[in-house]
Write a protein that binds this ligand. Sequence first.
Ligand SMILES: [Zn+2]
Length: 86
Amino acid sequence: MKKTDARSVPRKIVAQPLAQCKPMPLETDALYTCPSCGEQNALGVDPTAGRRQTLLEDCPVCCRPLVFTVNVDRDGDPSVERVDRE
Ligand SMILES: [Zn+2]
C-alpha cells in the first residue's frame, strides 16, 4: 500500500477569476503608512490618471479619511508622496 504524500501533489492556484469583472486592470498598488493608525496599506492608483494625483480614500484599518498625494513615474509606478488626515 502506498501512502499518498500530500506535499508531492502540485496545487495550482487558480488566478483570480473575479479579476475579469474589472473593465481595466490598470490600477497599481502604492504602499503607504497610515498617519492615524500606523498600519501599512496599499492604495490603488490608476497611473493613467496623471503624473501627480490627489486621492481621497479611507484607511481600511482605522477607517479615517485620508488625502494622498501620489506621484507616478515614467514607468507608470505610483508612489505615495504624502498622506494627510482629512
Ligand atoms: Zn489607519
